[in-house]
Design a protein around this ligand. Structure first.
Ligand code: C2E
Ligand code: CA
Ligand code: CA
Ligand code: CA
Length: 275
């Protein structure tokens, strides 16, 4: 009875607000978009800062609505995560990214690997490891061809299951990057608790490089990563100065508009053929 009472109280105290209604509408639209194949991936090159050599591609989701508007992933990924829709959506993104890498290999244009963003919600799904293995083998890829970028947009503490899933993936050759390091919910404790290969420096820290003493956080993250034996990749490199500064700090790799914009598959193939 107490439970009922509390439930009722909550219901009256917090009727479905505008925000919740918007989220419900967005969710319905996203479901339809998945069915109508209105989602696609774009790919952004990642390079080695010392040589400029291409080391990989990051796959990023795009949603084009019927009226031609592009909905940014920051808007729909959280909705997909909270509803569980991230499971089929994330699976589609992973399978499509693997298929693209295979096509690039067949065309003789392949970079070493494809990086795919995964939500912690996906990682905690018991079927995740098998799904990744199936996506790789269907496309005749090895674990080394895939990197998973862990992004946090919901608070989820590392669990035994998460750790063992990451360990199994790494035993399979898949590498793990922690995304947007230093922002949001990612924290120093993750570095100790999660088996990782790479830290990605969030672009907000890279953008501060131009300001007086603005590079201190970026430099600290580079040193921290190196000390832990991890690869460090800076995102959001928008000019040659940022590239040079990060390289001088000892940052291994980078990506950003100065190197290349995220491109759809056709544009990517042209870019790779010219590079
Ligand atoms: P992210 O993983 O941190 O991706 C990097 C974002 O920075 C991308 O935004 C990219 O387009 C943008 N970017 C790249 N270079 C530059 C630059 O030089 N300057 C600036 N200002 N921005 C740059 P995007 O594509 O809008 O993606 C936003 C976020 O959505 C991603 O952040 C990621 O967290 C999430 N996301 C995208 N695709 C997926 C996906 O398939 N699954 C999951 N779970 N999340 C995804
Ligand atoms: Ca990412
Ligand atoms: Ca990032
Ligand atoms: Ca981000």
């Amino acid at each position: 009875a107490k439970r009922d009472h509390r439930g009722q109280h909550l219901q009256f105290a917090a009727p479905m607000g505008a925000e919740a209604r918007d989220r419900a509408v967005l969710l319905a639209e996203l479901r339809a978009a998945i069915e109508n194949a209105d989602l696609f991936l774009v790919y952004q090159p990642q390079v080695h800062l010392d040589t400029g050599d291409l080391i990989g591609l990051e796959a990023l989701l795009r949603w084009r609505t019927a009226d031609g508007r592009l909905v940014p992933p920051d808007e729909f990924i959280p909705v997909a995560e909270h509803s569980g829709l991230i499971l089929p959506l994330g699976r589609w993104a992973l399978e499509t990214a693997c298929q693209t890498l295979r096509e690039l290999q067949t065309a003789g244009l392949a970079p070493a690997r494809m990086a795919v963003n995964v939500s912690v919600v996906q990682l905690r799904d018991p079927g995740f490891f098998d799904m990744v293995c199936a996506a790789l083998s269907t496309n005749e890829l090895q674990g080394q061809h895939l990197e998973l970028e862990i992004t946090e947009s919901v608070v989820v503490l590392p669990t035994q299951l998460l750790q063992s899933t990451l360990n199994a993936l790494r035993a399979h050759g898949v590498t793990i990057a922690i995304d947007d390091f230093g922002t949001g919910y990612s924290s120093l404790s993750y570095l100790e608790q999660l088996p990782l290969d790479r830290i990605k420096i969030d672009r907000t820290f890279v953008q501060q490089l131009g300001a007086p003493q603005g590079g201190r956080v970026a430099e600290m993250v580079v040193q921290l990563g190196r000390k832990l034996g991890l690869q460090v990749l800076a995102e959001g490199i928008e000019d040659a100065t940022a590239w040079q500064t990060l390289q001088a700090m000892g940052c291994h790799d980078g990506q950003g508009y100065h190197i290349a914009y995220p491109m759809d598959k056709a544009a990517l193939m042209r870019w790779l053929a010219q590079a």
